[in-house]
Design a binder for this molecule. Structure first.
Ligand SMILES: [Zn+2]
Length: 268
């Protein structure tokens, strides 16, 4: 950690997509050991492109920069989904978890911090989507321990309605589905909360007698959603899987079952 540089300097991109609160931190220099970094080491939200620069005392003097003595005057900027409890979580595991949320696999150690490379920069959700994500993430976490309960996970869309032959507007998630997927550790509340965004990125839909299997790509990862229509004309998400390989997810499919691919319906 002390190998090079004693200070972090917060660096924001400073364009019209940068959050004001992050832009305000641009140029802020604090000792690496300041607790501020436990809570605010970037990225600090969906689409956040902020980073830190590592500086030595010498470099700071040479460039005539002035570090802050402490962070008591600074406000925390991290979004809820990116806020952690530094008393419980170690900084390295916090950053790895942030990277995982961003679907970012190439996290490299970088002088006491971790550097986020280009795939993360591709994560660009609007502020409204961030808010929607945060509230849904909270609901899914509550559903985790609420036996017998359902929540509305996402709005269905024209593709889903046509595939399932329903006019039902909502896609539901049940506690039972969460419980039956606990052996898939890659699927957490964070992944379920992505479903509204996943449904905007449908690649293909396969059909069997009971369910529709929907394949989706988001930020370099692939997801398979299994949707089922109940006898009461409700749509449930029955299963959610994720992989870096589309082939892996498609393995058990039969070609003749495809009903939608690459923006068009496949005639049978
Ligand atoms: Zn930022």
């Amino acid at each position: 950690m002390q190998s090079f540089g004693e200070y972090f300097r917060y660096t924001a991109v400073l364009d019209n997509r940068t959050r004001k609160s992050h832009a305000r931190l641009h140029g802020t220099i604090l000792p690496k050991t300041d607790k501020f970094w436990d809570r605010n080491y970037p990225p600090n939200g969906w689409g956040c492109r902020c980073s830190v620069q590592v500086l030595t005392k010498k470099e700071i003097q040479k460039r005539g920069l002035t570090p802050l003595a402490d962070s008591s005057m600074l406000k925390d900027v991290s979004d809820k989904a990116f806020a952690y409890n530094p008393k419980v979580d170690r900084l390295d595991s916090i950053l790895k978890d942030k990277a995982r949320k961003l679907g970012c696999n190439d996290v490299k150690a970088n002088g006491g911090g971790l550097k986020f490379n280009s795939p993360c920069d591709k994560v660009k959700l609007s502020i409204d989507e961030i808010k929607e994500y945060d509230s849904l993430h909270k609901q899914v976490k509550e559903l985790w321990n609420s036996e017998g309960k359902n929540i509305i996970l996402a709005k269905s869309n024209d593709l889903i309605k046509k595939a399932l032959q329903t006019n039902s507007d909502n896609i539901l998630l049940s506690n039972a589905t969460i419980q039956s997927h606990l052996h898939h550790p890659e699927i957490t509340a964070a992944e379920y909360a992505l479903v509204p965004f996943l449904l905007k990125n449908i690649i293909s839909i396969y059909s069997d007698s009971q369910t529709k299997k929907v394949f989706v790509s988001l930020h370099g990862r692939y997801f398979r959603l299994v949707l089922k229509k109940t006898q009461y004309d409700e749509i449930f998400l029955n299963s959610l899987l994720s992989s870096s390989s589309l082939e892996k997810l498609e393995k058990k499919l039969r070609k003749k079952d495809i009903i939608y691919k690459e923006s068009r319906w496949v005639a049978d």
